[in-house]
Design a binder for this molecule. Sequence first.
Ligand SMILES: Cc1cc2nc3c(=O)[nH]c(=O)nc-3n(C[C@H](O)[C@H](O)[C@H](O)COP(=O)(O)O)c2cc1C
Length: 409
Amino acid sequence: MLVETGATGARLDPTPATSNGTPTRRLYTGSKLERARTIADLRAMAHCRLPAFAAEYLEGGAEDEATLARNFAALASYRLLPRALVDVSHRDQSVSLFGRSAPLPFAIAPTGLNALFWRKADVLLARAAAQARIPFVQSTMSNDPMEEVAAIPGLRHWWQLYVFGERAIREALIRRADEAGCEALVVTIDAQFYGDREWEQRRFTHPGKLTIGSILESALHLHWIATTLTGGMPSFANAVDYVPKERRGFYESAFWIRANMDQSLDWEEMARLRRLWPRKFLIKGLLNINDVERAARIEADGVILSNHGGRQLDWTLSGLDTLPEARRRFGGLTLIVDGGVRRGTDVLKALALGADAVLVGRATLYGLSAAGEKGVERAIDILREEIDRDLGLLGAQSIKELGPDFLAR
Ligand SMILES: Cc1cc2nc3c(=O)[nH]c(=O)nc-3n(C[C@H](O)[C@H](O)[C@H](O)COP(=O)(O)O)c2cc1C
């Protein structure tokens, strides 16, 4: 939170609940997971456990981080307008996603390089998702094989495709996802160029080579070393086979893929991918309403309105900004939104604006980075409890009742 400095130089309190910094408030950073009350606590715990270079990778946005900031500002620009004296003794936060009921209105977003946070991280995230019966979107840049994740009982497994290299590669990945039984294909289109997360880059002297300072600082994070680095160097288990043999080192393979993203990717190719995939097809990374229209025209089943967590083009809008018009105009499309979701109220705002569900990226990664699988479960529980309480406070019995009437700007 920003601490402003007044004309006198005195520190102004960041919240009206404190005066001159008292009572002192601190986020929880101990090791008792049940004492993490909020996603912000899990974030603080994650920052204690992770070396700085990994925390930068987790947190960083591109360039001036204006897009990253926009995600929070867009959510903050809406206020909730509760309905009084409604019987909310029973509350239901389930939603229907692609014809199936999901008990919670959010899913876990695709994130690459999760093995930097915890050993077998994709499996841990997916197991926690399966337990909560929410979808897990596995990234092309994940570190555990998609077939291993697909074998987790009860998982709603969605595969996120990055389009790189020659056509045969994307076709092979689509075939594998089909054979693994993935429910949906999510094609991410906002990362054909890699956004410049400058603060993360400052931790490296050359691509893949940490500064001496970062190496020394990492060596102090013994718990991270014990739970992340033991068991050997991870790999991009699902993408590495398509990388030339001499470039298959951990960072090297990532850089090769980054350098070989298909920058000619267009709507024609997207329509072709749509035809190749037999089940639900979503496009992730749209912000422009005309593109939502094109997605509907090529018969995508849904879109994910997203700016990639502020990590790609700087100074964009947030997915939330596009959501109301997308909802008005494209009733038949499944609309999912992400960016900046850290609270139950954030989820409720997005749903009231017409989202069918939201994705959470960093929120569950904070849980993962704080305490592995149990931490992911805690993050999901925190959001579930907040959504439940906030629904009651809002005067709504279920998600289905939510709409713009519950919001003011
Ligand atoms: C560490 C990290 C890695 C990410 N990797 C991917 C990825 O591999 N594929 C993808 O489509 N999006 C990726 N994203 C973007 C997320 O899917 C999602 O859009 C974003 O995290 C949502 O914002 P939030 O973190 O504020 O919830 C990544 C985000 C983060 C924080």
